[in-house]
Design a protein around this ligand. Structure first.
Ligand code: UFG
Length: 346
């Protein structure tokens, strides 16, 4: 019988790509999403790519009675991948309670239901945001590097959730967990059938960049060129979303196939390469042939100067490695933007 994975936030950007990879790896996928920041039509996209329509329940994971009905309906569930969360850094500063409620209550509810319904594996979407700005001698940052005070309520919820999961697993609960600390996910599925669809004006670099390239936005602002980096712009570790999605399949397998003796394991999921904003813009121009209108603007409050990951542990222990280049990821993001235009979506 196929193993069944509950994917919360499965119609979102990373969740939808992960659902595709799970189905293609032979898992039965049940998506739970409240559709607060995604669209039901993503299910059609997942079906078009995989020829399988995942089960779907429009449920908010903070709603315990509704969530428990999902656990009852889909018994037995083998594992959970928990993406569902609010994720806008700026909004979290303005509406902190929304973030603390959504992001911690949903995690607690899932963990509480797991032993009752015999669910063994929990994969949690964490973020390199938990490292803050690592000291220079801690770059590339390792899983054992210190976690710093969060820059935003959003970042703090990731730290708190990591602690909730860890404390619960260590309390003797009959579950194993893997915390995946993502660096910056970018790109879209190579078919351009699913991708990132932010609401309103994008806050993140790639959707802003592709929307500028296609003429929806006039000009991309590069937030700062006076940082202590080779070209003065900030450095990040940009990871192709399909590679990131595959890391979740590897993590689920690690627990379900009994490859791990750890109650909680942590992996950085990135490429191991730091790329500056200006380098990324030039790579985009080179691989798409599109000239980008950009200007240097002031620094953005709260930005980390530079962070990229040491991914040796994911490579060696998880047996996962990013295989796509920055060019692949940027080309896919551009193809997705062109498809949105073709379909009249934006
Ligand atoms: N940037 C620009 N112009 C823009 C948008 C972004 O120059 O219009 C720059 C930023 O200053 C930063 C880089 O592009 O240097 C990446 O910015 P993003 O907003 O795309 O991503 P962040 O690194 O700020 O944040 C992302 C996620 C968070 C997560 C964090 C972890 O959005 O959810 O990574 O470090 F917590």
């Amino acid at each position: 019988m196929k193993k069944r994975i509950l994917v919360t936030g499965g119609t979102g950007f990373i969740g939808s790509h992960t659902s595709v990879e799970l189905i293609e790896s032979g898992y039965d996928v049940v998506i739970v999403d409240n559709l607060s920041n995604s669209n039901i039509e993503v299910l059609n996209g997942i079906e078009e790519i995989t020829h399988v329509r995942p089960a779907f329940e429009q449920v908010d994971c903070t709603d315990m009675p509704a969530l428990e009905l999902v656990f009852q309906k889909y018994q037995p569930i083998d594992g959970i991948i928990h993406f569902a969360a609010s994720k806008a850094v700026g909004e979290s500063v303005k509406e902190p309670l929304k973030y603390y409620r959504n992001n911690t209550v949903s995690t607690i509810n899932l963990l509480e239901l797991m032993p009752k319904y015999g669910v063994k594996a929990f994969i949690f979407s964490s973020s390199c945001t938990v490292y803050g700005q690592p000291d220079s001698d801690n770059l590339p940052v390792r899983e054992t590097s210190p976690r710093k005070d969060a820059e935003s309520p959003y970042g703090n919820t990731k730290k708190i959730d990591e602690d909730i999961v860890t404390d619960f697993c260590n309390s003797g609960a009959p579950i194993q967990a893997i915390l995946l600390r993502y660096f910056n996910p970018i790109g879209a599925h190579p078919t351009a059938i699913i991708g990132e669809l932010p609401n309103g004006v994008p806050a993140n670099l790639i959707p802003y960049l592709t929307q500028t390239a296609i003429g929806i936005r006039e000009c991309l602002s590069v937030f700062g060129d006076d940082y202590d980096t080779p070209d003065g712009s900030c450095i990040r570790d940009y990871i192709y979303v399909v590679d990131l999605a595959k890391a979740h399949v590897a993590a689920v397998e690690r627990i379900l196939e009994g490859k791990s003796s750890e109650k909680v394991d942590i992996f950085n999921i990135g490429t191991g390469n730091g790329v500056s904003v200006l380098e990324l813009i030039h790579t985009f121009e080179r691989c798409t042939g599109v000239k980008l209108n950009y200007k240097i603007a002031g620094r953005r409050a709260g930005d980390i100067e530079k962070v990229w990951g040491n991914v040796d542990k994911a490579n060696q222990v998880l047996g996962w490695k990013a295989t796509h280049t920055l060019e692949d990821a940027l080309s896919s993001a551009w193809k997705w933007q062109l498809k949105l235009r073709e379909d009249g979506i934006m």
